[in-house]
Structures are given as structure tokens and as C-alpha cells.
Design a protein around this ligand. Structure first.
Ligand SMILES: [Zn+2]
Length: 496
């Protein structure tokens, strides 16, 4: 048996005006052919796919085509969109006869001039492979699942937890595809659109309304073997696309009526909790900074929710930096920032130099303005940043500079990478993050990397392309009406 394998993932933030380019994919590792597996390092969805193959005991040849990942950012540029279409088309054409395809995408990727990048990629796969080869589509559950995606593939699976477990998704996707091929299953799908967009503060699946919703998905799968997958997708809240909003997709074995019934049940359960998903935890910025400073022991994680790099923000917000300096926090405070122009100035000045310059607020100018500070250039660095157990084991963040501004250690980078969201990034720059009192993270959900060294998490209600205030985002394309932006009580309301 021969199974094709494609993995292309990016999560788009429509409120970050900076396009995502091939260099962003390359900074995390863009691999073709045999390298897809050789470089997987036992991690992620590709490794999960291999695990499912091994567990099956079947003689399966994987035909790897591409693996590329760019975390999150602005819409992908046309060059990236066309590049991946070409790689997919050529890769499938060269693959020879396939018995199935594992298509690992994100589901919330938009391009310049195109809302549904993954619908286009899935449709291309179907076009090349023809109607009879099963295609298994694996998605991030923050996807905006579209009709084109559903119509182009045989079955869909999604991440089952937040924080995500991509390895698990790789396992369940390929295991389902093998069942479809071996057991002759006839997957039938139902898609329900739910007119909802919420902030990410209730996105963790370990508690609250999201736990209730995701637990019910797993319970339905256990209760009825004809239900192959229940995929709740709380769309990430920064995707401004024509089919945007939450969805649930249900895959059954040949029972369309059952799929529709389960989709309705899951949509109703979600809708009944729509206001619980909107409850806020984030504190006003000054309150959050004061609370973090008052904590007797560190490291306190201070989440810059509006500038979440893992949610596609630009990463150059200076809002918390300004508050820390103004409020007289003693520190040490670690703050990452993605700002190529600042890096250039600091590199020009050299290590040891004292520099006064505007920092941050250059990219998403609808939300921020530059802030002038004076500091000392502590360290300059370039080359891939080693990160144990993450992606390819290293991430290229371009040239970087450690810049000491009063109590703040700024880590400024040219490329997005993972900002300072993983402790190893700081360590690669000679800074032990466990010795800081406050670490500002550019994420509102992915605190797991700092969890072993942090004492608590405080979310700051910062503005920015990833802000929790969904009312304040400049929506243009989202179908309306949608809760809570519009006053609706019926989830079956007609939208346009
Ligand atoms: Zn996600």
C-alpha cells in the first residue's frame, strides 16, 4: 500500500498587515521528498502518521511530498500560495499510483486575494488524484472549515486539545485513512456553521465550556462506532474571511442522517454556551503589570494577548514595555519583540553601545505607535536558535539583539520565529529565564513551554491584532450577523 503525505500549515491573522512569505516557512524548515521524514525528529503530525503506520502492522510505503510550517502571521503572499500549489501538483504527479493521501493542513490560512487557501489545496489534490483515492484532511481545530474543503476530501480530523497535540492528530488521521482503505468504510460528512466568533481566553480544552464541548465530541465517538470523527472547530478569532465562524464537522460510516443529527447536537451544545465562551480573564494592562510585580516569587508569565505571535500578531507591540517603564517595575522583566529595523540599528551600534531609538509599533500601525527608549546593547546574535524538542530542533529568527532598557531585557529579532515563548530562545542568548521575575509571552494560550519554570500566568488585556476585544477588530469579510457582534439568538440565522 502506498500513502502520500503532505503537510503545509500556516494560521492567518488578518489584522497583521505584514504578509507571510516563503522565508517564514523556511525559518522553521521547509522540506521536500525524503527530507520530510528524515527531518521529522519523531515530532509532530508527520511522526504521528509514521506511528499509526507502524501500529497498523501493515506494509505501507509513505510517499512524502512536502512539509512546511510557518506558525501564524499575516496572509500568505502570492508567491507562497503558488509555490505550494506547484509543489503539491508536481509531487502528486511524480508519486505514481497512491492508495490514499494524508493531507495535513491548518485550515485557517488565507492568501492575498484568496480566503480559503486550504480549500484550494484540497481541491487540487482531488483533481490530480481523481474521485476514487481517499484523502484524509487533518486540521488544526482553530480552522475555518469551508464547504470546498469538505467537498474535496474523504474525511476530516482535527486537533483534540488546546494546547495542541499534533502527534495525536497525525496518529488519528492516518489510522482513520488506513481503516477507510482496509475496511472499505464509506465516510459521509456533515458540516454545520455556527455564527460565533470569540476571543481565545476560553480556548483551553482542559476546563470550562471548551472542555464540555470537546468532551462531548469524544463521548459521541465512543458511544456510536458508526461515528468516525466529531471535529469541533472554534475558529481562531483573527480570521476575517467570507465563510468565517465556528464549525463542527461530523464523519460517519455511510450514515448521512446520523452525521447531520450529531452535527446539530454539537452545534446546539456549542450555541447553548455561547456566552460562557465570551467570559474574560484578562486584566487592564496597568493592573496586570502591577499584579505581576507584586507577586512574591517569579517567574510570572505576563501574557501579551493582543500581540500573540502564535496567533499571528506582528510581535512588535510596546504596550507592556511602556507600562513596565512608566510604573517603575524593578524587574528583571523579559520582553521579546520582532522588529527588523530596531535590530539593524542595534547591530550598527554594536555590543556595549548605549542607544536611544524608537522601538516597536511599526507593523500594525492601527494598534500601536513607536516608543522611544534608551538602553545598552548587551549581545548580538545570528543563525538558527536551538530549541530542544520543537519542530526541527531549531528556528531561524534572523539577526537578534539583546537590549537592556532599565529593568527590561528586550530580545529583538528580525524574523518571527517563536518570539520569546520558549525558554530555550532566551538561553541561546545567554539569559536564564528562570532568574527573571516577569516574562512577557507573545501568546494567550501556549504557556506550556514556560510552565515548568513559572509560578503563575496573568493575562494582560492588550490591544493588537490578536486582542480579546473582538468588537474592536476592523472586521470586513466575516459573514453577518454573527454572535456577539450582532444581536442574534438563533444559530440558524441566514448569513451573508
Ligand atoms: Zn490552533
Amino acid at each position: 500500500m502506498r500513502i502520500g503525505l503532505i503537510h503545509v500549515a500556516q494560521e492567518t491573522n488578518d489584522f497583521n498587515p505584514l504578509p507571510t512569505t516563503l522565508r517564514d516557512y523556511e525559518s522553521f524548515g521547509l522540506h521536500l521528498g525524503a527530507e520530510v521524514i528524515a527531518k521529522s525528529g519523531g515530532l509532530g503530525q508527520v511522526a504521528g502518521h509514521l506511528k499509526a503506520i507502524a501500529d497498523s502492522g501493515l506494509a505501507v510505503e509513505t510517499v512524502p511530498i512536502v512539509r512546511a510550517h510557518a506558525v501564524a502571521g499575516g496572509r500568505i503572499d502570492t508567491e507562497s500560495r503558488e509555490y505550494f500549489l506547484r509543489v503539491i501538483r508536481d509531487g502528486l504527479a511524480a508519486a505514481g499510483r497512491l492508495d490514499g493521501l494524508v493531507l495535513q493542513l491548518h485550515g485557517a490560512c488565507a492568501a492575498e486575494g484568496l480566503d480559503d487557501v486550504e480549500g484550494e489545496q484540497a481541491a487540487l489534490c482531488r483533481e490530480v488524484l481523481g474521485p476514487d483515492v481517499p484523502i484524509l484532511l487533518a486540521l488544526d481545530h482553530h480552522a475555518s472549515v469551508t464547504r470546498r474543503m469538505v467537498d474535496s476530501v474523504t474525511a476530516i480530523v482535527g486537533h483534540r486539545t488546546q494546547p495542541h497535540d499534533p502527534f495525536d492528530t497525525g496518529v488519528i488521521g492516518t489510522a482513520l485513512l488506513l481503516r477507510i482503505i482496509r475496511e472499505g468504510l464509506r465516510p459521509t460528512m456533515a458540516l454545520r456553521n455556527i455564527p460565533l466568533v470569540t476571543h481565545q481566553e476560553k480556548f483551553l480544552t482542559a476546563h470550562g465550556p471548551m472542555k464540555i464541548w470537546f468532551d462531548r465530541a469524544r463521548a459521541i465517538e465512543r458511544e456510536n462506532p458508526k461515528v468516525l470523527q466529531v471535529v469541533p472547530c472554534p475558529m481562531q478569532p483573527w480570521l476575517d474571511v467570507a465563510e468565517g465562524g465556528w464549525t463542527v464537522t461530523v464523519v460517519t460510516d455511510g450514515d448521512g442522517a446520523l452525521a447531520e443529527r450529531v452535527a446539530d447536537e454539537m452545534a446546539d451544545l456549542c450555541w447553548s454556551q455561547r456566552d460562557a465562551f465570551l467570559e474574560r480573564e484578562a486584566l487592564a494592562v496597568d493592573d496586570a503589570v502591577r499584579m505581576a510585580d507584586a507577586e512574591p516569587k517569579g517567574v510570572v508569565v505576563l501574557s501579551d494577548t493582543g500581540d500573540t505571535v502564535f496567533g499571528g500578531s506582528a510581535g512588535d507591540s510596546n504596550v507592556i514595555l511602556e507600562a513596565v517603564l512608566r510604573l517603575g517595575v524593578t524587574g528583571p522583566v523579559l520582553i521579546p519583540m520582532i522588529a527588523p529595523t530596531v535590530v539593524a540599528r542595534l547591530w550598527e551600534a554594536g555590543e556595549g553601545a548605549t542607544v536611544t531609538l524608537p522601538v516597536g509599533g511599526e507593523t500594525a500601525t492601527a494598534f500601536f505607535t513607536p516608543l522611544e527608549v534608551t538602553g545598552r546593547v548587551v549581545r548580538l546574535r545570528s543563525g538558527p536558535v536551538p530549541i530542544a524538542g520543537y519542530q526541527d530542533g531549531e528556528v531561524d529568527m534572523g539577526r537578534t539583539a539583546v537590549f537592556a532598557v532599565g529593568p527590561v531585557t528586550l530580545l529583538v529579532s528580525e524574523l518571527r520565529g517563536v518570539a520569546g515563548n520558549l525558554p530555550d530562545v532566551w538561553r541561546a542568548h545567554g539569559i536564564e529565564p528562570s532568574e527573571a521575575r516577569i516574562a512577557v509571552l507573545k501568546t494567550a494560550s501556549n504557556f506550556q513551554f514556560f510552565a515548568p519554570i513559572s509560578s503563575r500566568v496573568i493575562r494582560a488585556d492588550t490591544r493588537g491584532p490578536g486582542q480579546s476585544d473582538v468588537f474592536g477588530l476592523p472586521w470586513m469579510r466575516l459573514p453577518r450577523p454573527i454572535h456577539p457582534l450582532d444581536p442574534i439568538t438563533d444559530r440558524n440565522v441566514r448569513r451573508s
